[in-house]
Design a binder for this molecule. Structure first.
Ligand SMILES: *Cc1c(COP(=O)(O)O)cnc(C)c1O
Length: 210
């Protein structure tokens, strides 16, 4: 990314996390998983837009969509995780769908959703293809590769397996398209929710290549 620099610890971590995610060209680190998710969503969604999301979904994400985005004018359309036909109907049946957010496996039911099928449905959405975002927290970059299945963004709570010791809070967004992350990076500056230098350093000890 060619925007004004974040501090070095964040840039080093972003450079080192990127190769872990199959197909990723760029990463952004945030000070929590929720910070990563809300920044990704608030960069893309405007009042009047809609988001299709799989349920169950992490409670914080559900609260954010229902209790923050909805009063803000964004319509949340839940679709049952794993139910490919119902997800397809939700994506094709609404106008102004700008985001499809898939959490797979779902927290806490571990129901899995077909990412590639949702990407195909997104391509046929009536108001043009929404961005497909996958919360890959539970399987992690070792076991599931959403970008190679056609997803636009991969989201993580690094609080969980990416850090692994329950001693830090963090989040990551990755994409194969730098143009998608550039405006999120600006929003991160605006919101002030970058991962702090010490946490970047700690996370580097877990996921980096010293
Ligand atoms: C924990 C979790 C989050 C939120 O992460 P925080 O780092 O606690 O903000 C988001 N998605 C999933 C699937 C999670 O398990």
């Amino acid at each position: 990314l060619d925007l004004k620099a974040a501090y070095p610890n964040a840039e080093i971590l972003e450079d080192q996390i990127c190769p872990l995610e199959t197909g990723a060209a760029n990463a952004l680190v945030f000070n929590s998983g929720m910070a990563a998710i809300m920044t990704a969503l608030m960069t893309v969604l405007q009042p009047g837009d809609a988001i299709v999301y799989t349920v169950p979904i992490y409670g914080g994400t559900q609260h954010f969509i229902q209790d923050f985005l909805a009063p803000w004018g964004v319509t949340g359309i839940p679709a049952p995780a794993g139910a490919t036909a119902a997800i397809d109907a939700a994506i094709r049946g609404a106008s102004n769908v700008k985001v499809v957010l898939i959490e797979t496996p779902a927290n806490p039911t571990i129901i899995m959703t077909d990412i590639r099928a949702a990407v195909e449905s997104a391509a046929a959405a009536p108001s043009g293809p929404p961005l497909v975002m996958v919360d890959n927290t539970l399987l992690g970059p070792a076991f599931q590769h959403p970008l190679s299945l056609g997803a636009d963004l991969v989201l993580y709570s690094a609080t969980k397996y990416l850090s692994g010791f329950s001693d830090m809070i963090g989040g990551v967004v990755l994409s194969s398209d730098p143009a998608l992350l550039r405006p999120m990076r600006s929003k991160r500056s605006l919101f002030g929710n970058i991962l702090q230098p010490d946490e970047c350093w700690a996370e580097l000890r877990r996921t980096g290549h010293p």
